[in-house]
Design a protein. Structure first.
Length: 559
């Protein structure tokens, strides 16, 4: 398929790229970039952005660079650089030889800053950060010019070079562009280009004590790399005139910037600044907490690259922001895990069952299907014995209407096993709590069917008491209890029940030695992922998602 083929225009951004190539505005190859700041871990909103960056370039036979916009050494760490690389690769993208850092261009950016000073388009300002903000004005009032705006070129060059030499303390001087303090676009009101920071950089060490602002480094880095199409979210639309001004003032190569709507997900907060706050204040267990919308958190919870990429494809690329239902992401995960996850049995809240007519000491292996969606997955053997554990919720002393599970005198089907009938109940003498069921089984119903045609409506899962493995299960729910938690008071919306730990669970013996990251469907319970905390005989499982699919019901109703 030709890189100029309009058939590639599956969204408005690809349509723009195709048009640019057809009209000769840019010559192939198409070059895009994903420019994260290494000051935190990537979240699913970033995934939407870099799938677009890498995907659009690939569709047109070009390439996408991974460029770290590392201009703020106070918040950036090598840990974040490596984590970002891992996340991009995990979702299936590769930048090849096109790995870049804004810090690679510090010397060139400095030289260009001197060039603007010489042209009378930049000056050193002695206003404090608070004074700079006061002078900027508001959306309805123009800004005020700095008293240092009309310094001579010679004085500005001397001060700027002394800033670089480290003569001045942090925050005492800045380099600002000389544009228009009355501009209706506040970004053009003499923006700061450089600030003084006597802070070592994770790559350049102590070589610099002045650092470029993001808005100064961003567009010029795109230009240096020959980016044809700079894809940004809508928050950068008002910054585009500033990027254009810098590029025009320098007279250098000019990429095309195109904005798209960022991802907003219900019951989720997609702000790296606020996610960092959750981590630093100990409100979550870290960047990889399975409740976090970070890619490392989603991975630990059991999300797959395929599920996330399908979700991103489903929501598409829009020009206007909207709130995407979290249920769609969960639906995409269920659809993917349903095909790949091995079925197992795990009891989260155990209730003991003794089968009185089953021989003591006898154990038989029952055949269980590994995955009915995958014929090649085969079967496994599950041990069955006289004493079992079932879910406490699968028994009721006084069953309500339409309750088809176990009750006194009632019969159910044991998954892959026998028909089971409750004959008696053993209770704790002090509390009255049911602690054990006395049951009988029908030996003729091995495999879960009756030769006499007798039918039961309920099927329940179980584990053999003698063979079951102890496990901790962590049930994760939405981190926030309101649909749209955005705002400075977002912490007030945290869901206190977002994590429930169950420490007395039992799972079938086939899960012995389950490796972290292994994914299963606990029959009738949901999808679970073996956690990183599992080691040796200790098994820990995170619930990735429940079996209930609210999005599928919405789709069926046409909503």
């Amino acid at each position: 398929m030709s890189e100029t083929n309009p058939a590639l225009a599956t969204d408005f951004i690809r349509a723009f790229i195709a048009e640019d190539l057809q009209k000769g505005r840019f010559a192939p190859p198409v070059i895009t970039r994903f420019p994260p700041e290494p000051n935190g871990y990537l979240h699913i909103g970033h995934a939407k952005a870099f799938c677009l960056d890498f995907g659009a370039a690939a569709d047109f036979g070009g390439h996408c660079s991974l460029r770290f916009d590392d201009t703020n050494p106070t918040k950036e760490e090598e840990e974040f650089v490596e984590a970002i690389k891992k996340d991009v690769r995990w979702l299936g993208w590769d930048w090849g030889e096109h790995l870049c850092f804004a810090s690679d261009y510090f010397e060139q950016l400095y030289a260009w800053a001197e060039d603007l000073i010489k042209k009378g388009k930049a000056y050193v300002c002695d206003l404090s950060p608070d004074q700079v903000r006061e002078h900027r004005g508001t959306l309805t009032e123009p800004g005020r010019e700095s008293p240092f705006r009309n310094r001579s070129v010679e004085e500005n060059l001397d001060l700027f070079r002394r800033m670089r030499a480290g003569e001045f303390p942090d925050g005492t001087r800045t380099l600002r562009a000389r544009i228009d303090m009355a501009s209706p676009n506040i970004n053009l009101r003499d923006p700061v280009m450089y600030r003084i920071l006597h802070t070592p950089h994770h790559r350049t060490g102590s070589a610099w004590c002045i650092y470029p602002m993001y808005d100064w480094a961003h567009g010029q880095s795109d230009s240096i790399e020959g980016v044809t199409h700079s894809l940004c979210d809508l928050s950068y639309e008002d910054h585009r005139p500033l990027y254009d001004w810098f590029l025009d003032a320098l007279g250098i190569y000019h990429p095309r910037q195109i904005e798209f709507a960022r991802l907003n997900l219900s019951y989720t907060f997609l702000s790296k600044r606020f996610l960092r706050q959750l981590v630093e204040e100990g409100l979550v267990a870290g960047w990889d907490d399975p409740r976090m919308p970070t890619l490392t958190g989603l991975r630990r919870r059991g999300y797959t690259p395929e599920a996330i990429r399908r979700f991103i494809a489903e929501i598409g690329v829009a020009k206007r922001e909207n709130l995407v239902d979290l249920a769609l992401l969960e639906h995409c995960l269920r659809e993917d895990l349903n095909k790949r996850a091995a079925r197992v049995m795990g009891v989260l809240n155990p209730l003991k069952v003794v089968i009185e007519n089953y021989p003591e000491g006898q154990v038989e292996d029952l055949e269980a299907v590994n995955n009915p969606e995958d014929e090649e997955a085969g079967t496994r053997k599950v041990p069955f014995s006289r004493e079992l554990y079932i879910e406490r919720d699968d028994f009721r002393e006084d069953p309500p209407k339409k309750y088809f599970r176990l009750g006194p005198g009632r019969e159910v089907r044991l998954r892959y096993g026998y028909y089971l009938k409750c004959e008696g109940v053993v209770k704790d003498e002090k509390t009255g709590e049911v602690v054990e069921l006395r049951c009988t089984h029908d030996p003729a119903t091995r495999g879960g069917w009756s030769p006499d045609g007798r039918k039961v409506q309920g099927t329940i899962h179980w584990v053999s008491a003698a063979h079951a493995l102890p496990a901790e299960v962590r049930l994760y729910d939405r981190l926030f209890k309101v649909e749209d938690p955005n705002g400075e008071d977002f912490k007030s919306h945290l869901n206190p029940d977002s994590l429930v730990r169950l420490g007395s669970c039992l799972v079938e013996p086939s899960l012995a030695g389950s490796a972290p990251g292994s994914i299963y469907q606990f029959e009738r319970q949901g999808y679970f992922c073996t956690d990183l905390d599992s080691a040796g005989c200790k098994l820990v499982f995170n619930r990735s998602v429940s079996l209930r699919d609210t999005w599928a019901k919405i789709e069926q109703k046409g909503g």
